[in-house]
Design a protein around this ligand. Structure first.
Ligand code: BTN
Length: 266
């Protein structure tokens, strides 16, 4: 696999834009999200961190993100959010749409988005999104948008992944150029974040719904001690999952909520 290369990524970006962001590439780091968080304010909005390997890759709900060397894309973008936290609903869904566009552009078909922010192919997880947030001393909201994309997962790591998964090579039968992928992701994400700031999740909703894996399915929602069952009937304007349950229509928000499809259906 060709090594990640910051100047190759920046050279690609400079073909289509004048505002090329800072791109940092590491051989090994604890977590690109953690590194981006350490550069809040000083790192500059739009800057990106990538690593060949993460020794403490973070997944959602405190889980580990298996991050073997030179196999995948571990990507984090720092973003100064021009709004307040009440406007962030649906952001992770918008990021999912941006990632799906990049994957479609390299030849994948039928990408599935699973609320709130999993990207799947043939019901197997292809990528995950972890957004972290912090306000600075002036109450300015900073976001770190972390994306882990399985590109060519090595055999020894496969057994440590606890859910059905896939990678780009299994889907495309070729090894994609990770530098090109990273450049596309930076472009698409920058455009999407600007659009999200101006128009919110509504401008992504139609695209999200076309790829909504849960739509019309019977689901179980685990929220702490509570379990809720019902039918997933889409997403609301603020990015909430809409659950049609025994007590009527209920919006489900992120945080500690997890969604499991019933047995037999993925
Ligand atoms: C998930 O649990 O689905 C989210 C996984 C997010 C993993 C990415 S890899 C790059 C960035 N750095 C991290 O430590 N996590 C995110």
């Amino acid at each position: 696999m060709i090594a990640l290369d910051a100047s190759a990524i920046q050279a690609r970006l400079s073909e289509t834009r004048t505002d090329v962001p800072v791109v940092n590439v590491y051989d090994s780091i604890d977590s690109t999200n953690a590194e981006a968080m350490r550069h809040i304010v000083t790192g500059g909005s739009g800057s990106v961190w990538l690593a060949e390997q993460q020794t403490a890759g973070r997944g959602r709900r405190g889980k580990q993100w298996v991050s073997p060397t030179s196999s995948n894309l571990y990507f984090s973008m720092l973003w100064r959010f021009a709004g307040d936290t009440s406007q962030l609903g649906g952001l992770s869904l918008a990021v999912g749409v941006a990632l799906s566009r990049v994957l479609t552009a390299i030849g994948m078909r039928d990408i599935q988005l699973k609320w709130p922010n999993d990207v799947l192919h043939s019901h197997k997880k292809l990528a995950g999104i972890l957004i972290e947030m912090q306000a600075d001393k002036t109450d300015q909201v900073w976001l770190v948008i972390g994306i882990g994309l399985n590109v060519n997962m090595d055999v020894p790591s496969q057994s440590s992944i606890t859910q059905p998964w896939t990678d780009c090579v299994s889907i495309l039968n070729v090894v994609p150029d990770r530098n090109a992928l990273a450049a596309e992701l930076i472009s698409e994400l920058t455009g999407s974040l600007n659009r999200f700031e101006h128009s919110g999740f509504m401008s992504f909703a139609a695209e999200w719904q076309q790829q909504d894996l849960l739509q019309g399915r019977s689901i179980k929602v685990l929220a702490g001690e509570h379990t809720k069952v019902g039918e997933a009937v889409g997403v609301a304007e603020d990015g909430a999952l809409l659950l049609q349950g025994p007590d009527g229509l209920e919006p489900i928000y992120g945080g500690e909520v997890s969604v499991r499809l019933f047995e037999g259906a993925q």
